[in-house]
Structures are given as structure tokens and as C-alpha cells.
Design a protein. Structure first.
Length: 236
């Protein structure tokens, strides 16, 4: 494996994050899989047979900047993280009036600040090595206004803007910055009543993961910068 290169994926215990970890591992990529629920990563590793060796789980809360620094220091002794996939996320389906300050703070800390902490952690090494890939799993809420998503939308739009500026700043360092905007995807982020009513119209995490891997696999001189993915029947 080239210079022990690894792909760091956040929020890998379920949903799109789990599908990403599985897709990359099945293609022989070494995955540093982080989550607050590391036991769930251990569970799905068993499904991968001899490919399970490509997934290395770590417990990590990306809201904690010091924990990220400690984690990265440990991992960097043995692995060269050349790709970061910011997938960890939280949501709320309440109106702006109903959202509590604590709920808003938690969403912003995970979806925006936590992702920026991760970017800031890997960026110096990527710049020094003159290569790297940063992929952010954002949301269709950056492209269209949805009611009852004010905090979630603010966090995802914030990371979109941050990453678009970052992209221009690191082009000269051969660092690819990719933003992925999935529409409705069948994951536990949705309330049960929404899943029961609309799951047949939703995309699957596996479908998203396959497309992300295809983009990751492009030759280094090529970058697909923005990817909008929607169910064929449109938004919910």
C-alpha cells in the first residue's frame, strides 16, 4: 500500500458514513473510520470478510478539538491520511421557533465546526506533501430552502462556503476539495414517520458511496468539484 496512505471518514457508524467505509474498504483502500459509537463499526466490519482488515476504527467526537489533535497524532505515526471525508452530521426537523439554543449549538458544532476542525488538522500535511483530497458530504438544503431545517441548513451552507473558498486557496497545492449534495437518502437521520411514507422514493447510502468513490478514484489532474444527487422522483 503506497506509503501507508489512508482515507479518514467521519461518522461511520451508520448511514452514508458506514456505506462509504464499506465501499472504500471493498476497493482495497485503508479506511480510518471514526465515530462516537465505535462498537457499531466493529459490528459491520464482520460483514466484510477478508476486507475487514482495511477498516481501522477509532472512537472520536469531532466536537472536541483536543481529541482530534490527539487522535491525529496517534494515527499519523503509522498512516498517511491523504483523504478526509467529512460525513459526520446531526439534524433537526423543528422550526426556528422550536429549536433550542442547545440543539442549534450541537448541530453547528458537529456539522460546521467539527468538520472545519478535521480539515484544519489534515491540511498542513496535505500542503506539505503537495497533494490531498477533502470531500464534504453536505446536503440538498444548500441548493433549496426547506422548512423546519434552519439550524441544519445554516451549518451545511456554512461548510459549503468555507470549502469553496478553501478550494481556491489550495489549488496550487494540488489539493482537491469536493462538495457532495445528497438529496433524500434512506438513513436514520429521518423521523420514522417520514421513512415509512417516503423510503421507497429515497436514494440508498450505498448509491451515494459508489458515486463518491468514483470521484475519489479520478486521476489526480481531474477534480469533480460539486456533485448534486437527487432521487429520480425529486425532493420530498
Amino acid at each position: 500500500m503506497e506509503d501507508n496512505k489512508a482515507v479518514w471518514i467521519t461518522g461511520t457508524s451508520s448511514g452514508i458514513g458506514r456505506a462509504l467505509a464499506v465501499e472504500f474498504a471493498r476497493n482495497g483502500e485503508l479506511v480510518i473510520a471514526t465515530s462516537r459509537k465505535v462498537s457499531l463499526i466493529q459490528n459491520f466490519k464482520k460483514e466484510l470478510g477478508n476486507k475487514s482488515k482495511f477498516i481501522i476504527p477509532f472512537e472520536l467526537d469531532i466536537r472536541n478539538r483536543e481529541a482530534i489533535i490527539s487522535f491525529y497524532s496517534e494515527v499519523s505515526r503509522n498512516y498517511n491520511i491523504t483523504t478526509l471525508i467529512n460525513n459526520a452530521g446531526q439534524s433537526s426537523f423543528k422550526s426556528a421557533k422550536e429549536d433550542s439554543i442547545d440543539e442549534i449549538k450541537d448541530i453547528i458544532e458537529v456539522n460546521l465546526l467539527g468538520s472545519i476542525y478535521c480539515i484544519k488538522t489534515v491540511l498542513p500535511s496535505m500542503i506539505n506533501n503537495n497533494r490531498g483530497t477533502i470531500i464534504n458530504i453536505l446536503s440538498v438544503v444548500t441548493q433549496k430552502i426547506f422548512k423546519n431545517s434552519s439550524a441544519y441548513s445554516a451549518s451545511k451552507n456554512g461548510l459549503m462556503a468555507y470549502s469553496q473558498v478553501l478550494r481556491e486557496e489550495v489549488r496550487e497545492n494540488n489539493i482537491r476539495v469536493v462538495n457532495v449534495y445528497p438529496g433524500a437518502t434512506k438513513t436514520s437521520i429521518w423521523p420514522n414517520q417520514i421513512l415509512e411514507k417516503f423510503s421507497h422514493r429515497m436514494m440508498t447510502p450505498e448509491e451515494i458511496a459508489k458515486i463518491v468513490y468514483q470521484v475519489y478514484s479520478q486521476k489526480s489532474a481531474v477534480v469533480t468539484e460539486e456533485i448534486l444527487l437527487r432521487p429520480i422522483q425529486g425532493d420530498l
